[in-house]
Write a protein that binds this ligand. Structure first.
Ligand code: MN
Length: 316
Protein backbone atom coordinates (compact mmCIF):
# COMPACT_ATOMS: atom_id res chain seq x y z
CA UNK A 1 0.00 0.00 0.00
CA UNK A 2 2.81 2.40 0.88
CA UNK A 3 5.45 1.19 -1.63
CA UNK A 4 5.55 4.41 -3.63
CA UNK A 5 5.81 6.54 -0.49
CA UNK A 6 8.62 4.52 1.07
CA UNK A 7 10.57 4.69 -2.17
CA UNK A 8 10.23 8.50 -2.19
CA UNK A 9 11.42 8.58 1.42
CA UNK A 10 14.46 6.54 0.49
CA UNK A 11 15.38 9.03 -2.25
CA UNK A 12 15.65 12.05 0.06
CA UNK A 13 18.13 13.02 2.78
CA UNK A 14 15.78 15.60 4.13
CA UNK A 15 12.07 15.15 4.85
CA UNK A 16 9.64 17.76 6.17
CA UNK A 17 6.29 16.63 7.55
CA UNK A 18 3.37 19.07 7.15
CA UNK A 19 -0.06 19.15 8.78
CA UNK A 20 -3.25 21.20 8.62
CA UNK A 21 -4.37 24.54 10.06
CA UNK A 22 -5.48 24.41 13.70
CA UNK A 23 -3.68 21.12 14.32
CA UNK A 24 -5.54 18.53 16.37
CA UNK A 25 -4.39 15.35 18.11
CA UNK A 26 -4.36 13.34 14.90
CA UNK A 27 -2.46 15.96 12.92
CA UNK A 28 0.17 16.51 15.60
CA UNK A 29 0.23 12.83 16.61
CA UNK A 30 0.76 11.57 13.07
CA UNK A 31 3.49 14.13 12.43
CA UNK A 32 5.36 13.27 15.62
CA UNK A 33 4.94 9.51 15.13
CA UNK A 34 6.15 9.58 11.54
CA UNK A 35 9.12 11.77 12.51
CA UNK A 36 10.16 9.33 15.23
CA UNK A 37 9.62 6.25 13.09
CA UNK A 38 11.67 7.68 10.22
CA UNK A 39 14.45 8.98 12.51
CA UNK A 40 14.77 5.53 14.07
CA UNK A 41 14.92 3.74 10.72
CA UNK A 42 17.02 6.34 8.87
CA UNK A 43 19.32 8.01 11.44
CA UNK A 44 21.31 9.56 8.60
CA UNK A 45 18.32 11.51 7.28
CA UNK A 46 17.07 14.87 8.57
CA UNK A 47 13.38 14.55 9.46
CA UNK A 48 11.36 17.56 10.60
CA UNK A 49 7.77 18.38 11.66
CA UNK A 50 6.46 21.87 10.91
CA UNK A 51 3.41 23.72 12.19
CA UNK A 52 2.30 24.72 15.67
CA UNK A 53 1.55 21.22 16.99
CA UNK A 54 -0.21 20.66 20.31
CA UNK A 55 1.69 22.52 22.98
CA UNK A 56 0.27 20.62 25.93
CA UNK A 57 1.96 17.46 24.62
CA UNK A 58 5.37 18.97 23.89
CA UNK A 59 6.90 17.77 27.19
CA UNK A 60 5.65 14.22 26.65
CA UNK A 61 5.86 13.66 22.88
CA UNK A 62 8.17 16.38 21.59
CA UNK A 63 8.20 19.81 20.02
CA UNK A 64 7.80 20.92 16.45
CA UNK A 65 10.83 21.94 14.36
CA UNK A 66 11.89 25.30 12.97
CA UNK A 67 12.87 24.72 9.36
CA UNK A 68 14.36 27.19 6.89
CA UNK A 69 13.06 27.80 3.37
CA UNK A 70 16.35 26.38 2.05
CA UNK A 71 15.78 23.06 3.80
CA UNK A 72 12.22 22.83 2.48
CA UNK A 73 13.40 23.57 -1.06
CA UNK A 74 15.59 20.46 -1.05
CA UNK A 75 13.23 18.20 0.90
CA UNK A 76 10.49 15.69 0.34
CA UNK A 77 7.29 17.16 1.84
CA UNK A 78 5.00 14.60 3.45
CA UNK A 79 1.52 16.04 3.90
CA UNK A 80 -0.51 14.40 6.68
CA UNK A 81 -4.17 14.53 7.70
CA UNK A 82 -5.04 17.16 5.08
CA UNK A 83 -7.16 16.70 1.99
CA UNK A 84 -6.71 20.28 0.89
CA UNK A 85 -3.32 21.85 0.40
CA UNK A 86 -4.87 25.27 0.99
CA UNK A 87 -5.61 24.18 4.52
CA UNK A 88 -1.99 23.37 5.31
CA UNK A 89 -0.74 25.45 8.19
CA UNK A 90 2.69 26.04 6.70
CA UNK A 91 2.12 27.05 3.09
CA UNK A 92 5.82 26.65 2.33
CA UNK A 93 4.93 23.04 1.48
CA UNK A 94 4.50 24.29 -2.07
CA UNK A 95 8.22 25.06 -2.19
CA UNK A 96 9.33 21.51 -1.45
CA UNK A 97 11.19 19.51 -4.06
CA UNK A 98 8.85 16.54 -3.97
CA UNK A 99 5.62 15.40 -2.32
CA UNK A 100 3.80 12.52 -0.69
CA UNK A 101 0.51 12.44 1.16
CA UNK A 102 -1.15 10.20 3.75
CA UNK A 103 -4.70 11.04 4.78
CA UNK A 104 -8.05 9.63 5.87
CA UNK A 105 -10.34 12.45 4.72
CA UNK A 106 -12.49 12.18 1.61
CA UNK A 107 -10.29 13.07 -1.33
CA UNK A 108 -11.18 16.51 -2.66
CA UNK A 109 -8.67 16.15 -5.49
CA UNK A 110 -6.92 19.42 -4.80
CA UNK A 111 -3.52 17.89 -4.29
CA UNK A 112 -1.95 15.22 -6.45
CA UNK A 113 1.68 16.18 -6.63
CA UNK A 114 3.12 12.83 -5.62
CA UNK A 115 2.32 9.36 -4.30
CA UNK A 116 -0.48 9.21 -1.80
CA UNK A 117 -2.36 6.83 0.43
CA UNK A 118 -5.90 7.92 1.16
CA UNK A 119 -8.24 5.68 3.13
CA UNK A 120 -11.37 7.34 4.38
CA UNK A 121 -12.27 4.13 6.19
CA UNK A 122 -9.37 4.62 8.59
CA UNK A 123 -10.17 6.10 11.99
CA UNK A 124 -7.32 8.55 11.73
CA UNK A 125 -4.15 9.43 9.92
CA UNK A 126 -2.42 7.87 12.93
CA UNK A 127 -3.99 4.54 12.04
CA UNK A 128 -2.49 4.89 8.56
CA UNK A 129 0.95 5.74 9.98
CA UNK A 130 0.66 2.62 12.14
CA UNK A 131 -0.12 0.54 9.03
CA UNK A 132 2.75 2.25 7.18
CA UNK A 133 5.15 1.20 9.96
CA UNK A 134 3.84 -2.36 10.12
CA UNK A 135 3.89 -2.84 6.35
CA UNK A 136 7.52 -1.73 6.19
CA UNK A 137 8.69 -3.42 9.40
CA UNK A 138 9.57 -0.08 10.95
CA UNK A 139 10.03 0.15 14.69
CA UNK A 140 7.41 2.09 16.63
CA UNK A 141 9.12 3.43 19.75
CA UNK A 142 7.25 4.53 22.87
CA UNK A 143 6.98 8.17 21.76
CA UNK A 144 5.71 7.23 18.30
CA UNK A 145 3.29 4.71 19.81
CA UNK A 146 1.96 7.29 22.26
CA UNK A 147 1.55 9.85 19.48
CA UNK A 148 -0.35 7.29 17.38
CA UNK A 149 -2.60 6.44 20.30
CA UNK A 150 -3.29 10.15 20.85
CA UNK A 151 -4.38 10.68 17.25
CA UNK A 152 -6.56 7.61 17.13
CA UNK A 153 -8.16 8.48 20.47
CA UNK A 154 -8.92 12.09 19.57
CA UNK A 155 -10.13 11.55 15.99
CA UNK A 156 -12.60 8.90 17.19
CA UNK A 157 -13.76 11.13 20.07
CA UNK A 158 -12.32 8.56 22.49
CA UNK A 159 -13.04 5.44 20.46
CA UNK A 160 -16.71 6.24 19.84
CA UNK A 161 -16.56 6.15 16.03
CA UNK A 162 -14.97 3.69 13.65
CA UNK A 163 -15.80 1.78 10.50
CA UNK A 164 -13.95 -1.17 11.93
CA UNK A 165 -13.94 -1.37 15.71
CA UNK A 166 -12.00 -4.64 15.79
CA UNK A 167 -9.13 -3.14 13.82
CA UNK A 168 -9.17 0.04 15.91
CA UNK A 169 -9.03 -1.84 19.21
CA UNK A 170 -6.39 -4.25 17.89
CA UNK A 171 -4.14 -1.30 17.09
CA UNK A 172 -4.89 0.32 20.45
CA UNK A 173 -4.06 -2.98 22.17
CA UNK A 174 -0.80 -3.28 20.26
CA UNK A 175 0.14 0.28 21.24
CA UNK A 176 -0.67 -0.47 24.89
CA UNK A 177 1.58 -3.53 24.61
CA UNK A 178 4.38 -1.16 23.61
CA UNK A 179 3.93 0.61 26.93
CA UNK A 180 1.69 3.49 25.89
CA UNK A 181 -0.01 5.09 28.89
CA UNK A 182 -3.65 5.93 27.99
CA UNK A 183 -4.28 7.55 31.37
CA UNK A 184 -1.46 10.05 30.93
CA UNK A 185 -2.48 10.80 27.34
CA UNK A 186 -6.13 11.28 28.35
CA UNK A 187 -5.26 13.48 31.31
CA UNK A 188 -2.99 15.67 29.22
CA UNK A 189 -5.54 15.86 26.44
CA UNK A 190 -8.27 16.86 28.88
CA UNK A 191 -6.35 19.90 30.11
CA UNK A 192 -7.95 23.14 28.96
CA UNK A 193 -6.88 26.74 29.46
CA UNK A 194 -8.96 28.89 31.81
CA UNK A 195 -10.36 30.86 28.84
CA UNK A 196 -12.37 27.78 27.87
CA UNK A 197 -14.88 28.65 30.62
CA UNK A 198 -15.51 31.99 28.87
CA UNK A 199 -15.86 30.28 25.49
CA UNK A 200 -18.22 27.61 26.79
CA UNK A 201 -20.43 30.17 28.51
CA UNK A 202 -20.57 32.17 25.27
CA UNK A 203 -21.67 29.14 23.23
CA UNK A 204 -24.24 28.03 25.82
CA UNK A 205 -25.71 31.50 26.16
CA UNK A 206 -25.95 32.04 22.38
CA UNK A 207 -27.75 28.84 21.45
CA UNK A 208 -30.20 29.24 18.59
CA UNK A 209 -32.64 26.64 17.36
CA UNK A 210 -34.21 26.01 13.98
CA UNK A 211 -37.35 23.89 14.17
CA UNK A 212 -36.14 21.88 11.19
CA UNK A 213 -33.76 20.02 13.53
CA UNK A 214 -30.76 22.31 13.78
CA UNK A 215 -29.17 23.68 16.93
CA UNK A 216 -26.35 26.19 16.57
CA UNK A 217 -24.46 29.20 17.86
CA UNK A 218 -22.94 32.13 16.02
CA UNK A 219 -20.22 34.51 17.17
CA UNK A 220 -19.48 37.81 15.46
CA UNK A 221 -15.99 39.18 15.29
CA UNK A 222 -17.00 41.96 17.72
CA UNK A 223 -18.31 39.45 20.27
CA UNK A 224 -15.16 37.38 19.96
CA UNK A 225 -12.90 40.37 20.35
CA UNK A 226 -14.72 41.44 23.51
CA UNK A 227 -13.97 38.00 24.96
CA UNK A 228 -10.47 37.83 23.51
CA UNK A 229 -11.00 34.52 21.74
CA UNK A 230 -10.29 33.24 18.24
CA UNK A 231 -12.67 31.72 15.71
CA UNK A 232 -10.90 28.40 16.09
CA UNK A 233 -11.47 28.50 19.85
CA UNK A 234 -15.19 29.19 19.41
CA UNK A 235 -15.59 26.52 16.73
CA UNK A 236 -13.62 24.07 18.85
CA UNK A 237 -16.62 23.90 21.18
CA UNK A 238 -19.16 22.52 18.73
CA UNK A 239 -19.52 19.42 20.90
CA UNK A 240 -21.31 21.50 23.54
CA UNK A 241 -24.40 21.30 21.32
CA UNK A 242 -24.15 17.52 20.76
CA UNK A 243 -27.02 15.06 20.92
CA UNK A 244 -29.78 17.36 22.09
CA UNK A 245 -33.04 15.46 21.60
CA UNK A 246 -34.78 16.64 18.45
CA UNK A 247 -31.64 18.17 16.92
CA UNK A 248 -29.74 15.65 14.79
CA UNK A 249 -27.44 18.34 13.37
CA UNK A 250 -25.54 21.10 15.11
CA UNK A 251 -22.90 23.66 14.32
CA UNK A 252 -20.93 26.62 15.60
CA UNK A 253 -20.13 29.51 13.27
CA UNK A 254 -17.75 32.37 13.90
CA UNK A 255 -16.91 35.48 11.95
CA UNK A 256 -13.22 35.37 11.12
CA UNK A 257 -10.76 38.25 11.51
CA UNK A 258 -11.09 39.17 7.83
CA UNK A 259 -14.90 39.15 7.80
CA UNK A 260 -15.30 35.60 6.52
CA UNK A 261 -16.84 32.71 8.41
CA UNK A 262 -15.51 29.58 10.06
CA UNK A 263 -17.96 26.75 10.74
CA UNK A 264 -17.62 23.42 12.51
CA UNK A 265 -20.59 21.08 12.08
CA UNK A 266 -21.58 17.71 13.45
CA UNK A 267 -24.39 15.24 13.05
CA UNK A 268 -25.50 12.18 14.97
CA UNK A 269 -27.23 10.61 11.98
CA UNK A 270 -26.91 12.36 8.63
CA UNK A 271 -24.05 12.89 6.21
CA UNK A 272 -23.25 16.57 6.44
CA UNK A 273 -19.90 16.49 4.72
CA UNK A 274 -21.38 17.62 1.41
CA UNK A 275 -22.56 20.82 3.08
CA UNK A 276 -19.01 21.60 4.13
CA UNK A 277 -17.79 20.77 0.64
CA UNK A 278 -20.41 23.11 -0.85
CA UNK A 279 -18.61 25.92 1.00
CA UNK A 280 -15.17 24.70 0.03
CA UNK A 281 -14.44 22.68 3.17
CA UNK A 282 -14.49 19.00 3.99
CA UNK A 283 -14.03 16.44 6.73
CA UNK A 284 -16.02 13.33 7.45
CA UNK A 285 -19.65 12.23 7.17
CA UNK A 286 -20.60 13.24 10.72
CA UNK A 287 -17.91 15.84 11.45
CA UNK A 288 -16.96 18.49 8.96
CA UNK A 289 -16.03 22.14 8.70
CA UNK A 290 -15.16 24.97 6.40
CA UNK A 291 -13.93 28.53 6.14
CA UNK A 292 -15.88 30.76 3.77
CA UNK A 293 -15.25 34.23 2.39
CA UNK A 294 -18.56 35.71 3.59
CA UNK A 295 -20.27 36.05 6.95
CA UNK A 296 -23.76 37.29 7.81
CA UNK A 297 -27.40 36.30 8.23
CA UNK A 298 -27.77 35.61 4.53
CA UNK A 299 -25.08 32.94 4.47
CA UNK A 300 -26.25 31.52 7.82
CA UNK A 301 -29.72 31.17 6.27
CA UNK A 302 -28.23 29.41 3.26
CA UNK A 303 -26.42 27.05 5.62
CA UNK A 304 -29.60 26.41 7.63
CA UNK A 305 -31.52 25.58 4.44
CA UNK A 306 -28.86 23.07 3.41
CA UNK A 307 -28.96 21.44 6.84
CA UNK A 308 -32.77 21.35 6.75
CA UNK A 309 -32.65 19.61 3.39
CA UNK A 310 -30.23 16.97 4.69
CA UNK A 311 -32.41 16.33 7.74
CA UNK A 312 -35.57 16.17 5.63
CA UNK A 313 -34.05 13.78 3.08
CA UNK A 314 -32.53 11.68 5.84
CA UNK A 315 -35.88 11.31 7.55
CA UNK A 316 -37.70 10.25 4.38
MN1 MN B 1 -7.49 13.19 11.26
Amino acid sequence: MFEAIISKIEQYDSIVIFGHLNPDGDCYGSQIALRNILRTRYPEKQVYCVGSGLKKFFDILGKMDVVSDEIIARSLAIVLDSNDINRLEDQRAWKARDFAKIDHHIDTHTFHEGPEVIDDNATSTCELIYRFAKENNLEIDLIAGSALYLGMMTDTARFQFANNFVRMFEIARDLCDLGVDPILLNKTNNLVPEISITIKSFVYSHVRKDERGIIYAVATKKEREELGVTSAQICGNTSLLSYVTGYPVWFVASETDNGGMQVEMRSSTFDIQKIAMHFGGGGHAFAAGFTYKKFGQEVINELLDLFAEVVKKGNE
